[in-house]
Design a protein. Structure first.
Ligand code: FEO
Length: 139
């Protein structure tokens, strides 16, 4: 069962970032499907590891993008990414130690991250948001 679907409210206005967010969403749903189907071991861990790798890549790509547009809150956003990766790593280690057994708290964490982070802090680098908040130039 899909636990989170893509909606226009997650559109940050940057196609590469939207594509990557959708990829993360798909992996999260795949992981949830495997968990719900009673799968454990390698079948679950390979999806978990793919989600971890995709997250690392996404954060790096997003930081490059933010730098390219001189996003003013890049430093804070990077710190938040680091914190999320740390939390993801802690969950991932525990899931590996249990051979793919996943608790509901991990899915709650993923859902909150993907929803709240994208709709909140990611949305702040969207071109439309930056255009609204840019200092006005006077002639
Ligand atoms: Fe799309 Fe800041 O993660």
């Amino acid at each position: 069962m899909t636990i989170m679907t893509w909606t226009p409210s997650l559109d940050v206005g940057v196609s590469k970032m939207n594509d990557e967010h959708q990829g993360l969403l798909k992996l999260m749903n795949d992981l949830h499907d495997a968990h719900q189907a009673g799968k454990r071991g390698f079948e679950v861990l390979k999806i978990l590891d793919a989600l971890g790798a995709a997250t690392v890549k996404h954060f790096a790509d997003e930081e490059v993008y933010m730098e390219s547009v001189n996003y003013p809150k890049l430093k804070t956003h990077k710190l938040i990414h680091q914190d999320l990766l740390k939390k993801f790593g802690t969950f991932s280690e525990a899931i590996h130690a249990k051979n793919g057994e996943i608790g509901d708290d991990f899915f709650t964490f993923l859902k909150l991250w993907l929803s709240a982070h994208i709709k909140g802090i990611d949305m702040e680098y969207s071109p439309s948001h930056l255009a609204q908040t840019a200092p006005k130039k006077f002639a």
